[in-house]
Design a protein around this ligand. Sequence first.
Ligand SMILES: [Zn+2]
Length: 265
Amino acid sequence: MASPVWQYNSHTQSAPLLTSVFRNSFCPCCACSQALAVSDRYDESDGRRYSKYIKVMCCALCGWWFVSKDTWDSACGLDHTLHILTATGAALRTFSPGPSDAQLTILEGEIRDHLLGKGTSAEWAALEDVTKGVFREFGYQARVTARSKDGGIDVIVDHAEFGDVYAQVKHTRNKVGVRVLRELIGTMAINGTTNSLLVTSSGFTHGLSKEKALAAQKGFFVELVDGNRLLASLNLTYRRDPPTISEVMDVADPNIQLIIEEVKL
Ligand SMILES: [Zn+2]
């Protein structure tokens, strides 16, 4: 199982910095002048044995976001609670200009239509550009290929572990099926690459996951990104709305441990 590429490559790793953000709720990028606002939260508690608190905070000025997961578990003993706090956050890597708000609105509308199997595909070129933008936001170098001779490859990601990772971007209301996947694997085989992404504004046909598993057995790993995941990542990258927990958790894991302690009740 290859680790996912469609994910933040550059979490904040510094536990002291994250702890300070958790305690003080100030943006670390804006010189401590800007308080982070909670943009989404999830609380779960049975009042006795187990409680979980997840929250996403975001800087209104620079977009830096922070997610923390705080759990209290007393299943291990009657008079002790195990308290674990984990978190992560990420800065905007680039401020490269994306599409205009008007263009992004049209593109997002097309993706929503494609998820329902309808609509037009006028903004196909914009989709390739924003896909590159998403990869840059995740912390990779990425480039759009020349349109005339791409061999089906639209974006190439420079990945530290996997080398060149190809992304094929389908802006279509039709579900993407096995034929497209096989073409992509053929291109990978010819070029000697092992990892790629198949990104679509719509969804995938049922047969695809089986074919994908077969390819993985042969050493070709293809990650699938459907229209829903794409929309969530576009919102994170071009951030017109504060991020939600599900958008962040889809592409990042709050895995930096800040606190692990036993608390006597
Ligand atoms: Zn900030």
